[in-house]
Design a protein around this ligand. Structure first.
Ligand code: CA
Length: 231
């Protein structure tokens, strides 16, 4: 459960290099080579960050960035633009369309990795690389350990992914269908009621010993992590 990076790059030499080096850094890397695929992959895999090439066939990276920002499902995913264009005006245009950072080709992998960590820290302050915290809850995505108030919590893999989904966007209400897509995957048929069962298990494990329930049930809508709890 490492950090998921979506690389959108049509030049194979560069995308292979990125994939190899980012994997070596412990990231999970998915590569697509055009904008439509990028939008689809961003929606489906909910990456932690997107590296987006400016010059893509069909639709430009900057337009993809705009579309990512226009959709609820992808608007909060941080984007670093990769580009050969070093001009100030282009840089500004990138930020205007919602890019979080900008790396000019050719770049060093060291610099890119540092930028990725910096953007993740800025956009999601709870994410210290692989550890996500929310209030007194901490989850380590590498070791899959979860603690609450420094006590270890035992979670099954489904409950872990459920908590991971909720904790990444506190306050956001997820419908059962959205949770099914994100936690179980889009190609698997599971009844919506199954979500309730696993949320129940997650609550039981998290709230052991009578701790305050941080999960909100939103009637007829779904579930959210109570954002006031994390403060
Ligand atoms: Ca390109």
């Amino acid at each position: 459960m490492s950090i998921k990076v979506l690389v959108v790059e049509d030049e194979e030499a560069i995308s292979l290099l990125l994939k190899y080096n980012l994997k070596a850094e412990g990231f999970t890397v998915t590569v697509v080579d055009d904008g439509d695929e990028a939008l689809m992959a961003a929606n489906e895999m909910q990456p932690d960050i997107i590296l987006l090439d400016w010059m893509l066939p069909h639709v430009s990276g900057i337009e993809i960035c705009r579309q990512l920002r226009a959709r609820d499902e992808t608007r909060e995913i941080p984007v670093i633009m990769l580009t050969a264009r070093a001009e100030e005006e282009d840089r500004l245009k990138g930020f205007e369309k919602g890019a979080d950072d900008y790396v000019t080709k050719p770049f060093s992998m060291k610099e890119l990795v540092a930028r990725i960590h910096a953007v993740l820290r800025r956009t999601n302050p709870g994410t210290a690389v692989n550890v996500i915290t929310f209030g007194d809850i901490a989850m380590d995505r590498e070791t899959m350990r979860v603690t609450r108030a420094d006590q270890s919590i035992e979670l099954g893999p489904t409950e872990f992914r459920l908590l991971e989904t909720l904790i990444k966007r506190p306050g956001r209400v997820y419908s059962r269908e959205q949770l099914l897509d994100r936690v179980w995957g889009q190609d698997i048929y599971v009844e919506a009621r199954t979500v309730d069962v696993h949320v129940g298990r997650l609550r039981k494990a998290l709230n052991k010993g009578g701790l305050v329930d941080p999960i909100r049930t939103v009637r007829s809508s779904g579930y959210a992590l109570d954002e006031t709890y994390g403060k």
